[in-house]
Design a protein around this ligand. Structure first.
Ligand code: ACM
Ligand code: ZN
Length: 564
């Protein structure tokens, strides 16, 4: 490049920048004129009216609430657990104090769906109102985001008296969707209890309300079942693990045994932790496929009777539970009975995805079942399998969720469909008046690359940048408004074949989970990519303070990347 051209182009760019500075505000949507960096709230509230001034937390800030209202207790506990360590303030209950108070008000007549709340932040007084403790909790999450990021510290932060400021505002907020989920696969890689708690805390922070815990896989069974100890003794461990990508022609293994599982004690602890944060844990027990670890423990459950090994590589395996024998259903009903005891969730996920039919085609018992039940083929045998399990769950007052393959051969009467291979399964299910959770891999698979693969650690493939997650609309245009009622919401999925450790899970899940939170919470017409980015830059400082290893992509790249 000649010096002359360089200087000409330099002044040209200078001109563009100056022009840009003048034109910039007019190019941006009206809401962006609100000084949003002052309110780095994710997901964006339904209604936010900025006000002058700030409320300042201090050693004399009191909480005001009706102690007769036991529902408020978990929210108060959360407040003190979270905010006392960094500030050193004790936040006493004092219903007589008029100023410098945070007032919690539960009002049965409060309008809006569960989780709705109103915040009035004034210089001397904060009022959080809601119709449920969940709403109060979400009001507290909003305040947490409005405080300086140092509020996330677990140790006392040495700062001047006026440090803990919350900008004044009036916020009226309620969720767009009932179901706002994040998933984690602990089968391919195992993550300790402490990390699961951290993940749940982040889910709650983003006002997501479901944690889909994918507990069983070909590569590991991770949940203690008292009646079947081999599930964890044998099924929770594999001899070694594939190194590199499963697409490689010559597989290489690390030669290192790998495994782990959650005891029922661990599960009690995690479920209680989630409940305090208004997060429901949906356990997933995979069937009839993705079941090699269970078969390795109890080979009589398979069509060929084994022997089987806990899988050491990634993919879809032909060995699945035999659908032709009663022992399989006895086993699954017994397992699910313990699962139901452990997890209060109304929804129980039973997988149902990626079931090769080869073994069933070759198995005399499975073929006999097809004949006896008058089934057309193996797809209908799968449907028979899921229907039986659904009947059991239904008797227990629970509802079955399955991946969209459960549509094949006919849906079980009250099954809920998790649409992952696209939105088509969800559309079909909604038309059949079944509830649907949208999680198409095109927009919701956080195991996909989020930037140029050449700059990223090994991942499964695909390309799902932040902007594409943000662009997701859970209600397909094809649905009528009546059919659209069946879309419960959406979920981000974090499969862990290539996510070897906690840091990598955080890297893939955040900030994409932040975009998903806004997709599921914020009214469609209030979504605003630029506003989201400016709020995100504030929220990321909170994630930083929480030691979350989020993807620190170049924002220019995030903004300009094409994804279609
Ligand atoms: C899936 O990704 N196999 C549900
Ligand atoms: Zn069989």
């Amino acid at each position: 490049m000649s010096p002359k051209f360089f200087s000409a182009s330099k002044s040209f760019f200078f001109y563009l920048i100056i022009l840009g500075i003048f034109l910039w505000p007019s190019c941006r949507p009206k809401e962006a004129k609100i000084p949003e960096a002052r309110y780095p709230i994710i997901p964006q509230p339904t209604q936010l009216t900025p006000q002058e001034g700030e409320f300042t937390l201090s050693s004399t800030t009191a909480l005001k609430y009706s102690s007769a209202e036991s529902n408020v207790e978990p929210v108060i506990n959360f407040w003190r657990e979270r905010f006392t360590p960094p500030t050193g303030f004790v936040f006493p209950l004092n219903n007589d104090q008029e100023t410098n108070v945070i007032q919690f008000g539960l009002t049965a007549s409060f309008p809006g769906p569960e989780g709705s709340y109103k915040l009035v932040i004034e210089p001397k007084h904060i009022l959080i109102q809601a119709g449920s403790a969940r709403g109060l909790f979400y009001g507290v999450q909003t305040l947490r985001q409005l405080l300086p990021p140092a509020i996330e510290s677990r140790d006392k932060v040495e700062v001047e008296d006026s440090f803990w400021k919350i900008p004044c505002a009036i916020i009226e907020d309620s969720p767009r969707f009932k179901y706002r989920g994040l998933h984690l696969d602990v089968g391919r890689h195992f993550f300790p209890v402490q990390f699961i708690k951290k993940y749940i805390d982040l889910i709650a922070y983003l006002k997501l309300n479901y944690f889909h815990w994918h507990l069983t896989e070909d590569q590991g069974w991770r949940l203690e079942i008292k009646r079947y100890p081999l599930l964890t003794k044998t099924g929770a461990f594999r001899k070694q693990t594939l190194v590199g990508h499963a697409r490689q022609k010559l597989p290489v293994y690390d030669g290192i045994p790998y495994g782990g599982y959650y005891s029922q004690e661990d599960v009690h602890e995690i479920v209680a932790y989630a409940r305090q944060r208004f997060v429901t844990i949906i356990p997933e027990i995979e069937m009839p496929g993705h079941s090699l670890a269970a078969l390795a423990a109890y080979p009589h459950l398979g069509c060929t009777k084994g022997p089987y090994q806990v899988a050491q590589t990634w993919g879809v395996f032909e060995d699945v539970y035999c659908a032709g024998q009663e022992e399989t259903f006895e086993f699954l009903v017994n397992v699910l009975s313990e699962v139901i005891e452990l997890f209060p969730s109304e929804y129980i996920h039973i997988g149902g995805d990626e079931v090769p039919k080869k073994r069933w085609q070759e198995c005399p018992r499975c073929q006999q079942r097809i004949n006896e039940e008058g089934l057309k083929d193996e797809a209908e045998l799968q449907s028979y399998f899921i229907r039986r399990i659904e009947k059991f769950l239904h008797q227990k007052g629970r509802r079955l969720i399955g991946w969209d393959e459960i549509l094949e051969g006919g849906l079980a009467p009250e099954a809920i469909v998790m649409s992952w291979r696209g939105t088509e399964g969800g559309i079909e299910a909604a038309r059949q008046k079944h509830y649907v959770i949208m999680t198409p891999y095109s927009h919701c698979y956080f195991d996909y690359y989020q930037a140029d693969p050449r700059t990223q650690p090994l991942a499964i493939g695909g390309f799902l940048p932040l902007k594409k997650v943000y662009s997701f609309e859970p209600i397909p245009a094809e649905l009528t408004s009546e059919e659209a009622q069946y879309i419960l919401g959406a979920q981000g999925n974090v499969w862990t074949e290539y996510l070897l450790n906690e840091k990598y899970v955080e890297y893939m899940a955040f900030p994409r989970a932040c975009a998903l939170a806004e997709v599921t919470w914020t009214p469609k017409e209030k979504k605003d990519w630029w506003g989201f980015l400016s709020r995100l830059s504030g929220f990321l400082r909170h994630l930083e303070a929480l030691d979350v290893n989020y993807f620190r992509g170049n924002v220019d790249e995030l903004i300009t990347q094409d994804f279609d």
